[in-house]
Design a protein around this ligand. Structure first.
Ligand SMILES: Nc1ncnc2c1ncn2[C@@H]1O[C@H](COP(=O)(O)OP(=O)(O)O)[C@@H](O)[C@H]1O
Ligand SMILES: O=P(O)(O)OC[C@H]1O[C@](O)(COP(=O)(O)O)[C@@H](O)[C@@H]1O
Ligand SMILES: [Mg+2]
Length: 477
């Protein structure tokens, strides 16, 4: 793009030699609003019939700018290069938050909350805040917890527990999910039948990428059957592998807890002669936890993630690098994400086919494999030199903990954002922060949006500059 040729341009929007600030007018590409679906009854007339009960709150009096206006949007990309190319069209989402008028009558609402997939710090905080927000902000009296994931919708009566603020008061202090969670069991027909049979009018499905795909299928089935029930997917993933949103809750807590494992690996390594400490961290298809834990720790010599291929032996390989590092400073620490190097680990045909109940590929354990391969290599290549390798697997310890303060705050805002959207009549959406602004994103978009580590981005470059690890380009081998 030639910026000077852009209509309305008042100058060159690149760097200039000016010694004082200048104003440059630039014409941006058109903006596309990726709007979220609405319940059929949420016509402007119906909406105007139900003023937000927060306006009548006995103690809190909403200030002038409290309510989100119907025109408020947030931009998907907060920054772009005006000189080379701005994204075209610019994508916007509806801003999350309370609306002045509701499309849903709180007195007639019946909400169901469900948690699916793996654990993540903060699940109980989201549940707590959904219960408290629904009842205390909006006066929704019928709130139920559905036990053990999607299968709970077609389970027994005991699988549907009535929830109220006093019952959930201290849930934010607990790890895991009080409602229990499972994988698999996604029988669409039975789930929707179960929802209809119990008269639920709003569903809050808290889970990861699989849960979002399930929520989308439920949303489509509601539409097919002409049901005026709303569904919102609340994104949970300790791996941070859901796209569009800034990050998922629980992720920062997991990174924080991972520091203890890295510290221990470091102590073991420095206390041995030619010591190596290996830590395996979660990250099935994305290496965000490993990357962030490496950057925060500074004790890590090599970070292995699923997005970057590596090899073990030969010039430019992992083992030669570790040997050199040990020669230089006496020890080395390796952080490996669970999904890294999967294609290097020998496996049987049965192992290749193995899936969990949700259909996710079952990975082989990269940690013990790496440990034994390194031990074997050292014995073969350097038989006369002492060597110790210690392996630490804190996998479940980093996710089976309560959320830290910042994740608890995030969970609270996320839950309230979900409720505000549902009460405004939105459905088939995911609430989440985009560039710090809570927004509503169509489930359709989130269900397919992955969030791999961008290895061409600054963050991976920081890792490389902190660890000075090889880039594992085969040409060097
Ligand atoms: N493509 C899909 N369509 C419908 N339901 C799905 C799909 N993928 C996963 N699910 C269901 O979503 C739930 C959670 O999925 P899972 O992959 O275990 O965890 P997560 O949501 O954390 O990724 C399970 O009940 C699973 O059966
Ligand atoms: O042993 P489980 O419960 O299947 O969980 C292991 C998996 O859970 C994860 O944390 C991902 O879980 P989700 O897909 O539920 O977010 C992965 O890191 C890991 O592979
Ligand atoms: Mg998943």
């Amino acid at each position: 793009m030639d910026p000077t040729a852009a209509p309305g341009s008042g100058g060159t929007p690149g760097d200039s030699d000016a010694t004082s600030p200048t104003n440059t007018t630039v014409t941006l590409p058109p903006l596309t609003l990726r709007d979220v679906p609405r319940l059929a009854s949420s016509s402007p007339a119906a909406a105007a019939a139900v003023p937000n009960p927060i306006s009548r709150h006995p103690y809190f009096h909403p200030p002038a700018n409290f309510y989100i206006s119907p025109g408020d949007v947030s931009l998907r990309h907060a920054f772009f290069d005006l000189v080379s190319a701005a994204p075209s069209p610019l994508v916007a989402y509806r801003r999350g938050g309370p609306r002045r008028d509701l499309a849903v009558d709180p007195a007639a609402a019946r909400a169901a909350l469900v948690t699916c997939g793996g654990l993540c710090p903060g699940l109980n905080t989201v549940l707590r805040e959904l219960v408290v927000g629904l009842q205390e902000l909006y006066g929704v009296r019928h709130v139920f917890g559905v036990a053990a994931g999607y299968r709970g919708f077609y389970g027994a009566d005991e699988d549907h527990v009535r929830l109220h603020p006093a019952a959930v008061d201290d849930w934010h202090k607990k790890g895991g999910t009080v409602l229990k969670t499972t994988r698999g069991g996604f029988d669409l027909g039975k789930i929707v039948d179960g929802i209809v049979a119990r008269g639920y009018t709003q569903i809050y499905a808290i889970g990861g990428d699989g849960t979002m795909r399930g929520a989308l299928a439920i949303f489509e089935e509601f539409k097919r059957r002409g049901l005026n029930i709303s569904i919102t997917g609340i994104p949970k993933t300790v791996d941070n592998d859901i796209g569009i949103i800034d990050r998922s809750f629980g992720f920062q807590t997991a990174v924080e807890v991972a520091q203890q494992a890295i510290d221990a690996a470091h102590v073991e390594a420095v206390s041995a002669v030619n010591g190596v400490g290996i830590v395996k961290l979660m990250g099935r298809s994305t290496g965000h936890i490993a990357l962030h834990a490496t950057l925060s720790s500074r004790d890590v010599d090599c970070c292995l993630i699923p997005e970057v291929d590596f090899y073990l032996e030969g010039k430019g390989g992992l083992f030669e690098f570790l040997y050199e590092r040990i020669k230089k400073k006496g020890h080395a620490v390796v952080v490996v994400a669970e999904g890294a190097g999967q294609e290097l680990i020998p496996r049987t045909d049965d192992q290749k086919r193995e899936q969990d109940e949700s259909g996710n590929t079952v990975f082989l354990d990269v940690g013990p494999w790496l440990k034994s391969e390194l031990g074997r290599w050292w014995k073969r290549e350097h038989p006369d030199e002492l060597f110790t390798v210690k392996y630490i697997d804190p996998t479940y310890m980093i996710r089976a903990v309560p959320a830290n303060a910042s994740d608890n705050l995030y969970c609270t805002l996320l839950a309230h954002s979900a409720i505000h959207g549902v009460m405004a009549g939105f459905t088939g959406f995911v609430p989440g922060p985009i560039n710090g602004t809570y927004s509503y994103i169509p489930l359709e978009d989130v269900a397919v949006a992955k969030n791999p580590v961008d290895v061409n981005d600054h963050k991976w470059a920081w890792v490389r500059s902190v660890t000075n690890q090889p880039d594992f380009l085969k040409s060097q081998a």
